[in-house]
Ligand binder design. Structure first.
Ligand code: SF4
Ligand code: ZN
Length: 310
């Protein structure tokens, strides 16, 4: 198989043709930069915290955000990386080590926030205790609540005006389908290339430069760029509903190429309506009466989990 643009061997077949390594890298980067511009993800005044796990998505988005800063002559002092150590033995320490190596090489400041330090528990310890108390919770639920909570708090305290995340097209298509299957239409309004409330003193708005990039392309990009990624899997990853949606979508994509793109395009068409409905339906944003962080109820989800652990 040869590249459709030159004579070199192709590394990927896309919907519109095949590409060699160099042409793929350019194609991929251009799409990310176009997404940043098209959805106005950030501008020269923004201070960017890039939320990182250390995996391929976060290293790719961090690398390309820096590249965009350099391309646009934006000040690099306004870019830093942020990671959460939830405390998942055998997994998180490996991805954080990869991230440390990457940030050192790229000369990007990295701040790591520990769940154990901030919330008194590692994720492993919290799950064990809840199981003992016969109050089991899904690992990914606690992990997601903690991560959102700690990332928002740390980004705000670090004076970030935007939070870049490494969510890719597959992530978004999976969550969209999950919400569709569970009739969580209000949660769908939290999706899209820009999420969260703008100009809120407690919330840092989230933006997703990899929004239109399929997972397999992000993976290939990170391999071709030789990013230090170990491709380890979280020990809790197989347990969820989401993993089944992912497998089903991959199976469909293999049979009917373009399925994931189709889902995202449908969502983007519906997005203005979903966001408008959500704006009408929500009252004023609350602040948790226990910790003072943003919440959609009197007590935030992170504090509710801590209450169960008492
Ligand atoms: Fe957290 Fe679940 Fe992801 Fe593991 S798979 S890092 S528990 S969200
Ligand atoms: Zn709280």
């Amino acid at each position: 198989m040869k590249c459709s643009k030159c004579d070199k061997p192709a590394v990927i077949a896309l919907q519109h043709g095949t590409l060699c390594a160099n042409h793929f890298l350019t194609y991929f980067e251009e799409r990310v930069f176009k997404t940043i511009k098209q959805y106005k993800l950030f501008n020269e005044k923004d201070v960017i915290a890039v939320a990182c796990s250390g995996g391929k998505d976060s290293q790719t988005v961090l690398y390309l955000t820096k590249k965009y800063f350099l391309k646009q002559n934006l000040p690099l002092k306004n870019l830093w990386a942020l990671a959460i150590d939830e405390g998942i033995k055998g997994y998180r320490e490996k991805t954080l080590n990869d991230l440390k190596k990457f940030c050192k090489k790229e000369k990007i400041t990295l701040k790591i926030i520990s769940a154990k330090k901030e919330l008194s528990y590692t994720l492993d310890a919290a799950l064990k205790k809840l199981k003992q108390k016969k109050l089991p919770e899904k690992p990914c639920h606690i992990c997601g609540v903690w991560r959102r909570y700690l990332i928002n708090k740390a980004a705000r305290e670090g004076k970030a005006t935007k939070l870049v995340t490494g969510h890719n097209l597959d992530d978004e298509a999976q969550v969209f389908l999950m919400n569709l299957f569970k009739a969580n239409t209000s949660l769908m309004s939290h999706l899209g290339p820009v999420t969260g409330i703008s100009n809120h003193e407690f919330f840092v708005q989230r933006v997703k430069p990899l929004y239109l990039c399929p997972e397999k392309e992000v993976r290939l990009y990170s391999i071709l760029k030789k990013f230090p990624v170990e491709f380890v899997e979280c020990p809790y990853a197989q347990e969820g509903y989401r993993a089944q949606i992912r497998d089903m979508l991959n199976e469909f994509e293999n049979k009917y190429r373009g399925t994931k793109q189709g889902i995202i395009q449908s969502f983007l068409t519906l997005m203005p309506m979903l966001k408008e409905n959500a704006r009408k339906g929500t009252g004023a944003l609350l602040l948790c009466k226990k910790c003072g962080e943003p919440a959609n109820q009197e007590v935030c989800h992170a504090c509710k989990i801590l209450e169960k652990l008492k």
